[in-house]
Design a protein around this ligand. Structure first.
Ligand SMILES: [Zn+2]
Length: 113
């Protein structure tokens, strides 16, 4: 049973995160933030999630890692972006997250010495 109808008239199901016809986001979708993430999206999610694992927690690395991971997951499945653009954006987020983490780690090391 469709749970909603898109603006374009396409019936939307709970597992349609995006309308298959016009690619509008389905507001009643039950797909979570990490649902339907492609394999390369998971690579980026794991690469970002490794930051708080490496530091064994901490508010700053945790927020950085999970924020970047969620951003990668969201971008990786956007139907309105070409796949090359999504891969590049996710890779950019991973690099940016690790650069920010490096700056934080360097700062913490200097404070500690
Ligand atoms: Zn639609």
């Amino acid at each position: 049973m469709p749970i909603a109808e898109c603006k374009c008239g396409q019936p939307l199901f709970a597992n349609n995160e995006y309308c298959p016809q016009c690619q509008e986001k389905n507001p009643r979708s039950t797909v979570g933030a990490f649902g339907f993430v492609p394999w390369w999206g998971w690579v980026c999610v794991v690469a970002c999630g490794a930051i708080p694992i490496l530091t064994m927690g901490g508010a700053l690395p945790g927020a950085l890692g999970f924020g970047a991971a969620a951003a990668c997951a969201g971008i990786s499945k956007r139907p309105d972006w070409p796949i090359a653009g999504r891969v590049a954006a996710c890779a950019g987020i991973v690099v940016a997250a690790w650069v920010v983490f490096g700056v934080i780690a360097l700062g913490a090391a200097r404070l500690g010495s």
